[in-house]
Each structure stands twice: as structure tokens, then as C-alpha cells.
Design a protein around this ligand. Sequence first.
Ligand SMILES: Nc1ncnc2c1ncn2[C@@H]1O[C@H](COP(=O)(O)OP(=O)(O)OP(=O)(O)O)[C@@H](O)[C@H]1O
Length: 510
Amino acid sequence: MSLPVKPLEQAIEVETLHMTMRFGAFTALDDVSIRITPGSFHALLGENGAGKSTLVKCMMGFYRATSGEMLVDRREALVPDPRAAHALGLGMVYQHFTLVPSLTAAENLVVSRDDAPRVIDWRRERAALAEFMARMPFSVPLDQPVRALSAGEKQKLEILKQLYLGRRFLILDEPTSVLTPDEADEVLGHVKALCEAGEITVMMITHKFREVTAYADAVSVLRWGKLVGSALVSDLSHADMARIMMGEAELPDPAPRTGMPGDAVLSLKGARASDRSGLKQIVIDALEVRAGEVVGVAGISGNGQMELMEVLTGQRPLGAGSIEVKGAPYGASREEARVKCVRYLPEEPLHNACAPRMSVTENINFRSFDLNGSGRRFWLSGREMRTRAAELVAGFKVRAASLDAPMASLSGGNVQRAVLARELTGEVDLLVISNPCFGLDFTAVAEIRARIMAARNGGAAVLLMSEDLDEIMELADRVLVMSEGRIAYEKPIADAQIAEIGHHMGGYSA
Ligand SMILES: Nc1ncnc2c1ncn2[C@@H]1O[C@H](COP(=O)(O)OP(=O)(O)OP(=O)(O)O)[C@@H](O)[C@H]1O
């Protein structure tokens, strides 16, 4: 039986009781009981694969929990599907946007309603929207196509959409991943104010301790599918949170930067390519990455980084100009990448660097299943592939139900680890990587950054595209900013200022 939706301005309480989710013999969620009181801002922490997404998918009716139940305002709530969760007032906001880019904000709101009429009376809807917006503590431009909004405005619109749909318990799944720090603070500040006003209750999945301390009241921590701690945020330091998440495990020390850059490994000259819309050009007059050097490319996503990555991986043709690797023209075929020891980690690795339905073993062996060490072709046996996969899975701490599990069943962070295990193993002369730590927990971030630094110290040339300025400041020898398809700024890291980089990222180079 579904409960009636609460009227506006009333946050709801949600509680899970002994929630357990098994996938075959694997227990992803083990007897988890968490109460999120009305109007509170609850953070959910846990390492990659700890079970955070599984928990919220059970709460939202995407999965049917193997056992356990959920209470909404202390009454048993059945959620056989997401519609039932919505009817109870539960909604979800993701790290990636779910809005239709070509529609305006107003159109997005109206069409998202289950009861949206086939013929919309825009005069009536507009009046109702104006009344709704007047009651909201923040607004977004309603009449522009969503594609013209900044990432921060889009995320505010996602939250407004949930409120407009009458949702009073919001699950935020890493909601600030694609926002700048300022945008993240603005969005979370509004969310907190709504909680304090008693309008919504929030559960936020995050890997950022700073956000937990700044915005959440309470925190729950999952490890290996179990709830290992729930506490008030005011009682915990960042070190306490890390300890609860990791148990006894130790963080690796940051790898020191050693050695000086050598000869150019990658060089782009006069490169021109069309962007995804086909309307604008990517223009890179000169870009060089030398052996033993990390060149960081900062920029807000959508400013040509993805196209640059596609040019370097051979997925986007050059209209003019040249790419050279180790002094010879480079066309980025699989064979050339192998011979020249070029490795990639593209954006969204599950779709761009994996076969999602194939197993972890197969995906980890993609590069090497038909080669031996000397480059001659021969086929690795099934057993050799498994042994190799098992070693890499252990070395990079990939958490999967088994080596035979399809890649798509891994948590986001574990897909990232598995692809990095494949790409960072063996001889690497040029590494082209995009947001390598996106969605990774802090232990994995430390490990992966140490591995990137080790590859650099070992003589690899690294082109690091990242939206995380801290990452660039930590790893890069030189920083560039891409803005509107061009390199708008370039400095050795020692002379670079975060504020100045941020300024150029925003496109204010004049
Ligand atoms: N459909 C599925 N089939 C098999 N195993 C699954 C499935 N969904 C999740 N798992 C496994 O359950 C575990 C928990 O995954 P989950 O996505 O909940 O982790 P998470 O805490 O959200 O991690 P991340 O921070 O990386 O997003 C993982 O080991 C994952 O491989």
C-alpha cells in the first residue's frame, strides 16, 4: 500500500531496517539499518564498492532488497519500483544531469511530471511555475535552453525539479562531481538551508570529507556492505572518518617528484579539429609533453578536453596540423599505440575503454591477450588470463563479486581501478588520462596519484586532463588551461596560482 504524498514544506523520515542485498553468492549490502530523521542532512561514506549505490538503489526501488524493510515516517513502505518510491516522496539527484539540454528549464520541469498533459496550457503552467519559484529559496533562469546553463545552475535545477515533483527525501549521489568548488558550495548551501527549514531530508553519497564537515549533520559509513559507524558530524574529525572507512588499512605515502623532464614524447602542432557540435573548432597551436613530465590540462568540462582526448585516441580526425610521438607522425591506431607504448584512460571508462558485458578477466586482458612480451602474437590461455587478472585485481584493489562478473556490475570506482590496472601496468612511454580519480574514494585517489607520479618518475610523459585543480597542483610539472577549445594559459606549476587558473577556466582571459 502506498502512502499519500506529504504536503509541501514537510521533510520526511526514512529508515532502513536490516536491509540486505545479495547478487548470487555475493553480499553487496549486509543487514544495514540507518535512520535519517526529518530535516537532517545525512552523509553516506564508504570506499569504492562499499555498497552505497546498492543501498540507495534498494531504497529507490531500482533493486528489490533480498531482505529487510524500509520505513517512511515510521510506517512500513513497499518500493517494488522507482514509481512507488516517488509516490512516497523519495527522489534522487545524480552526479550527471538528467535534464533535456534542448528544452528550457521550465519545459524540463513540466515534462518531468508523470501527469504532464499531452497538450500543455503554457499560460497556466507558467503561472503555477512562477508561484512555485516564488516559494523557493533560489532560482534558475527558466526560459533558456538547459544547454546554456552552467553546471551549477543545472544541478540547482535538478534539485528544484525534485521539489517541484513533491519529493521530500532527496538522495544526492555525488552531486558536486562535475561542479567547480564555488558551485558546489552554492548548491550544497541551498540544500542545507532547505533542510534547516524542515522542507527536505537529505542523504548524500560523497567521497569529499570537506563537504561532510561543512554541510552534513550526521554521517553513516559502509565498509564491505556493512554499516560500520553512524555518528554526528560534530563528533568526528576527517581522520576519524578516514579510520572508520578504511579500518586498519594504511594510506600510501605521496610519491615524491624525482628527475627532470627529458625529450619531447608527444607534440601537437597547428592542430585543428571540429568540436562535438560541429560548429566550433578545437585549435591547439603547440602542445608538447616531455619524458618524465606531467602536463596538466585544467578546464571546465565542455571546453574541448574531450575532443582533444578523441584526437589523441584516433577517434576524431584532425582537420589540419600534426601529432607526433617520439618524433614520428602518430595516427593513434591500436598497433601504433602498442608499439609506441601509449596508454589511455578516457572519460567514462566503462563505455569508452571497456566491453561492459564482458568479464573483469577479459577486460583486464584486452591489451595483452594476443601478445607476448616481445610483441609477437600468441594467445594467452584462459588460465593465464585469469592469473594475470587476479594479480592486477589484487594489486589495484578492484572489488568485484568475482573475476567472471561482467564489468558493468562493478561499482563506478572499481571500473576506474580495473581500467587503470590495465593501462598503468607494463611499459608506458606516453600516458593520456582524463579525470583519473573521478568517483574514487580517498584511499584509491592517493594510490592512483602515487602510481601516476611513479610513471612520470620512471620517464613516462603524462598528459593529465583534470577538472580537479588540487590534482593538477599535486601532479603536474606544467599546467595549461583549456577554454573554448584553445589553450588559454600555460605556466610551470611553481609559478601557477590557483586563483589565476580558476579565472582562466571561467574564460575571463581578457
Ligand atoms: N548488479 C550487480 N551484480 C553483481 N554485483 C554487483 C551488482 N551491483 C553491485 N554489485 C557489487 O556490489 C558491490 C557494491 O557496489 P556499489 O555500487 O553499491 O558500491 P559503491 O559503494 O556505490 O561504490 P562506488 O563508490 O565505487 O560507487 C560491488 O562490489 C559491486 O561489484
